[in-house]
Ligand binder design. Structure first.
Ligand code: UFG
Length: 323
């Protein structure tokens, strides 16, 4: 297939591109390099430096590329920031994405894969969280993802756009073969922050609360390896190539780890104690987020293979380890 990967130079996007290339697909990366990085561009993929905010750049690319499918991963993703700068999140994640969807429809590309998030659910009312769980995002970021899914349902009906929306739980780790080296700048997530403390790039870190209703008091999350996430995108393309679409599914393992379990596994991997202290809760953090991913298993024939805690931490450490 001939695939346009929007946001293909980013952390998850570069792993998606890698999987597509490995499976013999032809790939064009469209990225404004705001958080994506040149070091994440693979020579086998064509690269267009462009921005979804500019319809003419989308038209130029989609008009000449003869694409079978578009994968859209270009978005702002810091849930906390989205509560402070909702306008920026509305512009990029909603208006920008709509511009892209409109251009995709205009140029007759019939298949669209969207990066969605567990943030669409908000505070869980039951665990594990399946796709029938109520949709009550507690941050603006989750709202933008949910709105896009609703637009996609309408465009599927009105413009015949097949889509698959993938609700990622906590993406983590790095390519198991070490082919992606671009580290995220100013990361906001637990594992990269722990890695920066491990390398000394950051002096210390805070565990956000140890008084949650969980066995060790710290929050539990469902960490999914980025290679496992990437494979789901390729499978979503295969699903749509078989004439199917309109699928929204979770991507997680069904197993959760607490913040302290993650930090202990990191200490084991690096062979040293990490400099962390227990601090107050971070606003908006649910105690426990674990996915039911039966739908992805059933519809996409998808299964995580690298998402055990050890592989998540070891592959992250391989990317961060100095030298
Ligand atoms: N945490 C700390 N200290 C830190 C950073 C994080 O204790 O310095 C804790 C958080 O409080 C939370 C856990 O580690 O309990 C995981 O936090 P992350 O920031 O890594 O991830 P989140 O679960 O907050 O959010 C991530 C993505 C969201 C996505 C969500 C889905 O950033 O976009 O996973 O589960 F919606």
């Amino acid at each position: 297939m001939n695939v346009l990967v929007v946001g293909g130079a980013g952390y998850i996007g570069s792993h998606v591109v890698l999987d597509l290339l490995t499976k013999g697909h032809s790939v064009t990366v469209f990225d404004n390099l705001s958080s994506g990085q040149r070091v994440n561009l693979f020579p086998e993929a064509h690269f267009v430096e462009g921005d979804i905010m500019f319809g003419n750049e989308l038209d130029d690319t989609l008009g000449t590329g003869n694409f079978d499918a578009v994968i859209h991963l270009a978005a702002l993703k810091a849930a906390g920031d989205s509560m402070v700068e909702p306008e920026r999140y509305a512009e990029h994640n909603t208006s920008g994405t709509l511009r892209l969807i409109h251009a995709v429809c205009r140029h007759g590309v019939g298949a669209f894969v969207f990066s969605s998030s567990a943030a669409v659910y908000g505070n869980p009312v039951q665990l594990p969280i399946d796709e029938a769980h109520p949709l009550e995002p507690t941050n603006f970021y989750g709202f933008t993802k949910l709105e896009t899914e609703r637009f996609l349902k309408w465009y599927s009906q009105l413009r015949n756009l097949r889509f698959v929306s993938l609700r990622y739980f906590n993406a983590a780790g790095y390519d198991v073969e070490g082919r992606v080296r671009g580290l995220e700048v100013n990361p906001k997530n637990l594992i990269p922050i722990a890695m920066e403390v491990a390398t000394g790039a950051r002096g210390e870190m805070t565990v956000f609360g140890d008084d949650y209703d969980t066995p060790d008091g710290t929050c539990i999350r469902d960490y999914i390896h980025v290679n496992d996430l990437a494979v789901a995108h390729t499978k979503a393309l295969e699903y749509m190539a078989a004439g199917k679409g309109d699928l929204i599914c979770n991507l997680g393992t069904g197993k959760g780890f607490s913040v302290l379990e993650v930090l202990r596994a990191t200490e084991d991997a690096i062979g040293e104690k990490l400099n962390y202290r227990i601090g107050p809760r971070r606003a908006g953090d649910p105690a426990n987020l674990v996915a039911a991913s039966d739908l992805a298993r059933e519809k996409l024939d998808w299964e995580p293979h690298h998402s055990d805690l050890n592989t998540l931490i070891e592959t992250a450490w391989s990317a961060y380890r100095p030298g």
